[in-house]
Write a new protein. Structure first.
Length: 275
């Protein structure tokens, strides 16, 4: 059973803690919400679940109820002590998810990430895990609604940007739910979204183009959204590259899907390799 608002407040008081805004700490204190997240994550016995920013352990407990093996990562030392009280069955790792060594945590086995990610680090954490931790095959993350829209955005939408392309390169993503501020302690000023991310068997881009090269082109293309690709990629892509890729240089970055970006990156890569 998850912690009620009163129980969460009492736990914080007993450990001499308070939510830290600098770490984006907003603790879920609603049983229906954490069980809903655990259900949408589709995890159970035999699954290894990694939770980042486990906080007071409400979601941790809901995940443990599914029968999954849970590794909870928490950077706040005070919360680590509270977690050992509320979720003793979980393996608790004290550390920063942005710098932690994933090798001993995953031990060569695939895992599912399920997490209420702090608003200030959600995007880089998702991007870094997609880039560098292929054993995390699926994610269900609760993030600020605006962030969730960007992670799952499609070409042509206002939310579509460089991070949307990066996610689409590695995975398929969709918003699968919304969460109101009322289920958190303290209450944030924004709504949250639940985003499901499933890693592709192989990336969506051309195998011969290194991901950093493709993403560098994408970042430049979105650097000034109002500019056409001809202008935003000046010095990176030549008119001949657009012709080879079959892309109108008068289009804007937000109009291109991952396949378009892949063809353009391949044309640039092949030309520069031949020079």
């Amino acid at each position: 059973m998850t912690l009620s608002p009163r129980e969460a407040s009492e736990l914080l008081r007993r450990h001499g803690l308070a939510p830290r805004q600098s770490l984006g700490q907003n603790f879920v204190v609603d049983a229906n919400t954490v069980r809903r997240i655990a259900r949408l994550a589709e995890v159970g016995p035999g699954d290894h679940v990694v939770e980042i920013g486990a906080g007071l352990g409400s979601l941790t407990r809901a995940l443990l109820e599914t029968g999954a093996r849970v590794t909870a990562i928490e950077v706040d030392q005070g919360l680590v002590r509270a977690l050992r009280e509320t979720a003793p069955e979980a393996e608790i790792v004290s550390g920063d998810a942005r710098t932690v060594d994933w090798t001993p945590i995953l031990d060569g086995e695939p895992a599912v990430l399920v997490a209420n990610l702090p608003y200030n680090v959600a995007t880089p954490i998702v991007a870094d895990l997609l880039d560098g931790v292929p054993l995390i095959e699926r994610m269900l993350v609760m993030v600020q609604a605006e962030v969730g829209q960007r992670l799952a955005a499609r070409p042509g939408s206002k939310a579509y940007g460089a991070v949307s392309v990066k996610v689409a390169y590695w995975a398929e993503a969709s918003v699968v739910g919304h969460v109101p501020p009322t289920v958190f302690l303290p209450r944030p000023k924004v709504d949250s979204a639940l985003v499901a991310i499933r890693r592709r068997p192989v990336p969506a881009g051309p195998p011969s183009v290194p991901p950093p090269a493709l993403f560098a082109l994408v970042r430049a293309g979105f650097g000034q959204r109002r500019k056409t690709l001809r202008r935003s990629l000046e010095g990176l892509a030549l008119p001949a590259d657009f012709e080879v890729a079959g892309i109108d240089a008068g289009r804007r970055g937000e109009e291109l899907d991952i396949d378009d970006w892949g063809r353009l990156a391949l044309a640039v890569h092949d030309r520069t390799a031949a020079d």
